[in-house]
Design a protein around this ligand. Structure first.
Ligand SMILES: [Zn+2]
Ligand SMILES: [Zn+2]
Ligand SMILES: [Zn+2]
Length: 184
């Protein structure tokens, strides 16, 4: 018999070496095994910011940091997928956008950060964006970079026209209307 640490409660218990080799996770009791299987964890999607609950610590998806397959694909492509330490740091810009540290990216700003919405859009359409292209958030939530929430405009004037058609400027004029939605 050898010492083994329970993957749920951390208790050290005695077991056979062959058992340790055979299974990926080890438990001191059936109840710890059940609790591990049913474990839930609240997570926030690294792409769209949506809160979701991961269920079942034994499943590979339990450690995922995204709410859905779509967000997961994007996260893998931009290096924000599940892992012990994410490859790239993120931060919230003063304008409220989520940015990813990628100094080598063509559209990185002076601090080396790129808007996450740009990275998601590039993955969605399969090509790099041009500097004049604008990524618009359909629901007005700048932190929701879910692929379905983003729309690409060829230029800022196209983008502004879109907001105008939506009626975002009716009351306060163009500039304030956009400010109200939180976009520049
Ligand atoms: Zn245990
Ligand atoms: Zn998501
Ligand atoms: Zn917009």
């Amino acid at each position: 018999m050898i010492d083994c640490k329970c993957d749920y409660c951390g208790t050290i218990f005695q077991t056979y070496p062959s058992k340790v080799r055979k299974a990926k996770n080890h438990f001191c009791s059936h109840s710890c095994h059940d609790k591990f299987r049913q474990a839930t964890a609240k997570r926030q999607c690294v792409i769209c910011g949506k809160e979701w609950t991961a269920v079942g610590a034994s499943k590979p998806a339990y450690r995922r940091k995204t709410c859905s397959e779509e967000c997961q694909k994007v996260a893998q492509a931009v290096g924000l997928e599940c892992g012990r330490a994410p490859k790239h740091g993120t931060r919230k810009s003063s304008q409220g956008y989520i940015e990813v540290l990628m100094p080598d990216h063509l559209l990185a700003n002076a601090n080396g950060y790129v808007k996450r919405s740009i990275l998601v859009m590039e993955t969605k359409i399969g090509r790099p964006l041009q500097p004049e292209e604008i990524v618009h958030h359909k629901d007005g939530d700048k932190e929701n970079d879910h692929p379905d929430n983003l729309e690409l405009f060829a230029s800022n004037s196209e983008h502004v026209k879109h907001h105008y058609r939506q009626g975002d400027y009716k009351l306060r004029g163009v500039k304030n209307g956009l400010k109200q939605r939180g976009e520049k």
